[in-house]
Design a protein around this ligand. Structure first.
Ligand code: SF4
Length: 326
């Protein structure tokens, strides 16, 4: 469904400039932006997938991954098509390159489904949700009105002004920090600084933010860069949870899968800086959460089987305030 886009400016000869993400695409008439779902039609920019879902599921919130936001709850998860990055290792490439069909749904219908299923709220995920801005903000407003929560799972590549307008509707976010060099971000057609700014802005705005880093052999597993990344996250807060994820070949990428030893080693490096570090997709790695002050067990996890001992965001043993939302 078409909906006139927000955050664009007219240019000469019926072209438009999209100001939603840092690509700031200059789009000629009848053409799409890099993200594939924002199109110039007769000198106006339109969102072309408004209310159109490529994917719909009810997932454990831990699958997003979010480990510190309503542990052991389920969340309605939706996405559309398109992406403003071009990762050759994309695990959802059918979705991001527009190869999947879409079905329509309204914000009210989705809120009803979430309530029926006993979900805590909705996660905008699977493809990059921020390029779906108009639908995400309308849907998030409906969910908020109905007392439900809103989560984004994003690459964080958005301009600050649209991000700041969206933030009052967002309760939690998982941001993919793909690496810590501009050259790695250049490979995926993005940029590191805007992603860092997104993480910082979300944290300062009191959105519960967790970060995921997919570790790819020989591409972003340099220990010095990784140490700098963790140090930078800790400069915002030692409490930001970091999810390390082992890579498996997908789409056009040919690198070998990440050695589990690499993830375990990187986890040790990260733990020098951060209070909560998880190795999400390593089968034998424990991913329990402990109080950073008294080391009491807070949440026990075995895959998606989750037992939370938290009744509030204070440690059940020492009473210290924790970076959790329960
Ligand atoms: S949101 Fe899409 S159209 Fe807009 S600047 Fe980014 S990639 Fe280009």
């Amino acid at each position: 469904m078409l909906k006139e886009a927000r955050f664009y400016e007219p240019r000469k000869n019926s072209a438009v400039k999209c100001m939603l993400c840092p690509h700031e695409c200059l789009i000629n008439e009848s053409k799409n932006g890099i993200c594939l779902i924002r199109k110039n039609i007769k000198g106006k920019l339109f969102q072309t997938a408004y209310g159109e879902l490529s994917s719909f599921a009810i997932d454990p919130i831990e699958k997003k991954p979010l480990y510190h936001f309503h542990p052991s709850s389920s969340i309605l998860s939706i996405g559309t098509n398109g992406c403003n990055f071009r990762c050759d290792f994309c695990q959802n490439w059918h979705i991001s390159t527009l190869q999947t069909p879409r079905q329509e749904a309204s914000p009210a219908e989705l809120a009803e489904k979430a309530k029926e299923a006993g979900c805590v709220g909705i996660a905008f995920t699977y493809n990059e949700p921020l390029i779906w801005y108009e639908f995400v903000s309308d849907c998030a407003a409906e969910f908020k009105k109905q007392g439900l929560k809103n989560v984004i799972v994003s690459n964080g590549y958005i301009n600050q002004s649209p991000l700041k307008e969206l933030i009052p509707l967002i309760d939690a976010a998982n941001i993919d920090l793909k690496g810590f060099t501009e050259s790695f971000y250049k490979d995926v057609t993005g940029g590191l600084e805007p992603v860092k700014n997104t993480i910082k802005t979300l944290y300062i705005s009191e959105v519960l933010v967790e970060v995921t880093n997919l570790v790819i052999p020989d591409r972003n597993d340099n220990e010095q860069d990784f140490d700098a990344m963790c140090g930078w996250l800790a400069s915002i807060s030692r409490d930001i949870p970091l999810h390390l994820s082992a890579y498996f070949p997908a789409y056009k990428s040919k690198e070998r899968p990440t050695d589990p030893e690499t993830i375990i080693n990187m986890k040790k490096i990260a733990e020098k800086h951060l209070n909560y570090v998880y190795a999400g997709n390593l089968r034998h790695e424990k991913n329990d959460s402990f109080c950073p002050h008294c080391k009491a067990l807070l949440v026990k996890r075995n895959g998606y089987k989750v037992e939370s001992y938290l009744k509030t965001n204070r440690c059940t043993e020492c009473g210290k305030q924790l970076y959790f939302c329960v």
